[in-house]
Design a protein around this ligand. Structure first.
Ligand code: GLU
Length: 388
């Protein structure tokens, strides 16, 4: 059987592939330390698990509306109003199988063959592949360590053509951990409006911030940009709910209707009782988030101290998410070979920057224990000494 051409254009997700490899090595008894996949190591908070268990016990096990449980859509709309100053109604929300599914569905709903999508690099591994699957053209705009991995309004303006459909903005960023300041978000918003394009704002890491960094939702900047904004987010990173697969999109009604139609023919509703866990996540105390962010803060500091002291590494101090993105170009080795050698000789898993569009960097997730970070960074330093 001949495969569809669209499949030939995309590569499997390297983040998931490396995670699977590290987990398989662990199962085989290898002492692997993984800094690869971006997955909080905490248990999902007990009140969220209890809410899902209760829903299960109460028989919330049937099909539900394709766009999501009405109470969850309402809780999400309220959260967006309360935290992000975005005036959405429950009808403007669709619940999806995680943030990845949100993004995939929105690409399917909006992109026509030949449409261009602007993606600042480094970018999360799946953005360009999703654009290609939807038969669009990803247009990368390169940022560097020197520019703090953030695009400027002039760079954005220069990348726009008559075929541009939207920009994907991801702040805090995966893989760099960089956060656009409110002023920078306002400046980007001005270009969006002036050039009459749209923005998909991937805000999945919005609650994971350090050193006073602030998250400004681009849609809250003005009514004009709100009308051109689609928000993608989910529960995985904030509430340690990666396996639950609950995310959402917020957008103008016709777009939500289109995504609902796509879901009605593809996935139907998200697991019903999982949605009740998500309702509890938003309707209960946010202390659990504060506790997890406090733990990430300590881990970030420890990892940063190691990475800034390794000769040959240049590492910025990220103020969001749970990733470090050191530049390794002074070592004269590409990111894939670096990570391969690191895994084979020191049993430390990291993701090569080539997956994120920059072959001179590697990504390390610090969503793992302090003990693992100490051990792993010692091994990383030993590896760099050995290849140096
Ligand atoms: N978003 C996480 C990461 O970048 C999870 C893996 C994935 O979905 O790619 O590691």
């Amino acid at each position: 059987m001949k495969l569809a051409a669209r499949v030939g254009q995309v590569t499997p997700s390297l983040t998931l592939a490396i995670d699977a490899q590290a987990k398989a090595m662990k199962r085989d008894g290898v002492d692997v330390l993984s800094f690869s996949v971006g997955e909080p190591d905490f248990e999902t908070p007990s009140h969220i698990r209890a809410a899902a268990e209760m829903a299960l016990a109460q028989g919330k096990t049937r099909y539900g509306p394709a766009a999501g449980e009405p109470r969850l859509r309402e809780a999400i709309a309220q959260k967006l109003q309360r935290d992000n100053h975005l005036c959405y109604e429950a009808a403007n929300i669709v619940v999806t199988n995680g943030g990845k599914h949100s993004l995939f569905n929105i690409m399917m709903a909006l992109i026509e063959p030949g449409d261009e999508v602007i993606i600042p690099a480094p970018f999360w591994v799946s953005y360009p592949e999703m654009v290609k699957l939807a038969e669009g053209t990803p247009v990368m705009v390169q940022t560097t360590t020197e520019s703090g991995f953030r695009i400027t309004p002039d760079q954005l303006r220069a990348a726009i053509t008559p075929k541009t459909k939207f920009l994907i903005l991801n702040s805090p960023s995966n893989p760099t951990g960089m956060v656009y300041t409110p002023e920078e978000v306002r400046a980007i918003a001005q270009v969006i409006v002036e050039q009459d394009i749209w923005v998909i704002s991937d805000e999945i890491y919005e609650k994971i911030l350090y050193e006073g960094a602030q998250h400004l939702s681009i849609g809250s900047v003005s009514a004009a940009v709100f009308d051109r904004t689609i928000v993608s987010s989910g529960f995985a990173k904030t509430y340690a709910m990666t396996g639950w697969r609950v995310g959402f999109l917020a957008a103008p009604l016709p777009i939500i209707k289109a995504v609902e139609t796509i879901q009605s023919h593809s996935t139907s509703n998200v697991c019903t009782f999982a949605q009740y866990g998500a309702i509890a996540a938003y309707e209960s105390s946010q202390d659990c988030v504060k506790e997890m962010v406090a733990a990430f803060t300590e881990r970030r500091q420890i990892m940063l101290e190691y990475l800034t002291s390794i000769p040959g590494f240049t590492c910025l101090a990220p103020t969001g998410a749970f990733y470090m993105y050191p530049n390794i170009s002074k070592l004269g080795i590409n990111s894939l070979d670096f990570c391969k050698g690191l895994l084979e000789t020191q049993q430390v898993a990291a993701v090569p920057g080539v997956a994120f569009g920059t072959d001179d960097c590697i990504r390390l997730s610090y969503a793992t224990s302090v003990e693992n970070i100490h051990q792993g960074m010692e091994r990383l330093a030993a590896y760099v000494r050995a290849i140096g």
